[in-house]
Design a protein around this ligand. Structure first.
Ligand code: AMO
Length: 440
């Protein structure tokens, strides 16, 4: 196959802009061959680009002979087409394009490693191995359309409420939350780590900008091989000064509502493609709030699961909860013993001003009111067996008028998994990182 140069051709439109309004106009489109059908004297090319797809109809006798010869396409060839728009009800967008010239910019092997016709969905690991190709599928168009809308809507919602978008370091000198699960790296001749959370920095910055958020990668060196865990996560971190957990519970449920509203408004075809139009629906807000103790009670009375007070909820128990509570809900007032040092204890110090946002069995968010008094924070660090000396720089920020504050962290991929009805979190990430996957 001889390849063409792009030359001075530039796209005049995206495919979705080709509507019956443009009938008889000449347009230039560019993209990839999603489907090619050869009926002898008649050939159909379905051309996809980032916005959608349109049909190119090549009829022998109607187009120049050399163009007809050239129009034999392989799946996912990269091509540009110049042609006129004609009405055709049965084709995508109610139009077809009759080409006057086609430029083939790049080809593909005869057999692709994964199915791109949309007839079957190849096995996930195989698709992930060929992710740049796989991401062109209709399924991924829908998933990442919804993901894009989610992130756009989050930003819009927070900017409208005067939040400042912050960026905090991802390379850190010591553990953020004092936990394990950090990836060590070499920072010149010193050991450093990839951050597991923007927690400490967002707290410091809400003492400057009052209302802050960040959407950024965090790294978790957990060897969990589940359909809910990945090692590089993308987290929405929010922190709000002059408020507490209750302000955050209200803010977060409004955010969840707004994002789903925007997805339904702007990504309905994607929801429909994924059969989620009747599942990804607006939740009733305020969301139901259950205290940790009430959850224990439900687990005990409905499922005969006896949990020791102070234990974390096991996967099995969450699974049962998911059967009972098939909606978004909060679990609040967790035992202080299983919460990080920066979380504010309740009046009864066995409990804490903390919460998780759940969707069925899936934990989407954790958050709470923070300790803003330096001495209390030092005591909290010590009571968790951490050395305040290692947190000196963070603690310094509390010397200079740190306001009371609260916040949350929401795992974007976890939420997309639910919003799109996916079985495996890896489908919600362009290039997932797991204990077994570091490529592509
Ligand atoms: P947490 O550790 O609960 O809280 O993380 C916040 C949210 O991030 C998501 N998440 C994950 N998603 C996929 N794979 C993982 N391995 C993974 N780990 C976490 C979850 C989780 O709810 N600093 C606190 C937040 C805060 O208090 O503001 C924190 O990081 O959806």
């Amino acid at each position: 196959m001889t390849l063409d140069e792009i030359g001075d051709w530039r796209k005049t439109h995206y495919t979705n802009e080709i509507t019956p309004k443009l009938v008889d106009q000449e347009v230039i489109l560019g993209g990839w061959v999603r489907n090619f059908r050869d009926l002898g004297g008649l050939r159909f090319i379905i051309l996809q680009d980032k916005m959608g797809e349109r049909q190119i109809t090549v009829k022998k006798g109607k187009v120049a002979d050399d163009l007809f010869e050239k129009s034999k396409m392989g799946s996912q060839y990269c091509i540009m087409v110049k042609g006129r728009v004609k009405p055709f009800k049965a084709a995508p967008g109610g139009v077809e394009i009759i080409p006057s010239e086609i430029r083939i910019l790049n080809g593909t092997p005869e057999k692709l490693p994964i199915d791109m016709s949309g007839e079957t969905v190849s096995e996930l690991d195989l698709r992930l191995n060929h992710r740049a190709l796989d991401l062109r599928s209709k399924r991924n168009e829908a998933i990442f359309g919804i993901r894009g809308e989610t992130i756009k809507a989050i930003r819009k919602f927070l900017f409208e409420r005067d939040f400042t978008e912050i960026t905090t370091p991802k390379i850190i000198g010591s553990a953020t939350e004092g936990g394990t699960e950090l990836f060590p790296i070499m920072y010149f001749d010193k050991e450093a780590f990839l951050t597991q959370s923007a927690q400490l920095y967002k707290e410091q910055l809400c003492g400057v900008y009052e209302k802050v958020f960040e959407i950024s990668p965090c790294f978790r060196a957990e060897k969990s091989r589940t359909k809910r865990h990945i090692c590089e996560i993308f987290v929405l971190d929010v922190e709000l000064a002059f408020g507490n957990m209750h302000d955050i519970l209200k803010l977060l449920e409004e955010l969840v509502y707004y994002v789903i509203e925007q997805i339904r408004e702007n990504q309905m075809p994607s929801l429909q493609f994924l059969n989620m139009e009747n599942k990804t629906v607006l939740p009733e807000i305020p969301l139901k709030r259950y205290k940790y103790d009430e959850i224990l009670e439900i687990l005990n009375s409905k499922f005969k699961i006896e949990m020791e007070w102070g234990e974390d909820i096991s996967t099995e128990a969450y699974r049962k909860l998911g059967e009972e509570l098939k909606y978004y809900y909060y679990i609040t007032h967790w035992p202080m013993s299983i919460k990080p040092f920066y979380i504010m204890p309740s009046k009864d110090p066995n409990y804490s001003e903390s919460f998780d946002l759940q969707m069925g069995m899936l934990e989407l968010t954790s958050g709470g009111t923070r300790v803003h008094n330096k001495q209390r924070l030092i005591d909290a660090l010590e009571s968790k067996g951490l050395n305040p000396k290692s947190f000196e720089y963070h603690l310094n920020a509390f010397d200079y008028g740190m306001p009371p504050h609260a916040g949350f962290g929401l795992g974007i991929a976890r939420w997309i998994t639910f919003l799109c009805g996916l079985d495996d979190i890896r489908e919600a990430v362009m290039y997932p990182r797991t204990p077994d996957r570091l490529t592509p």
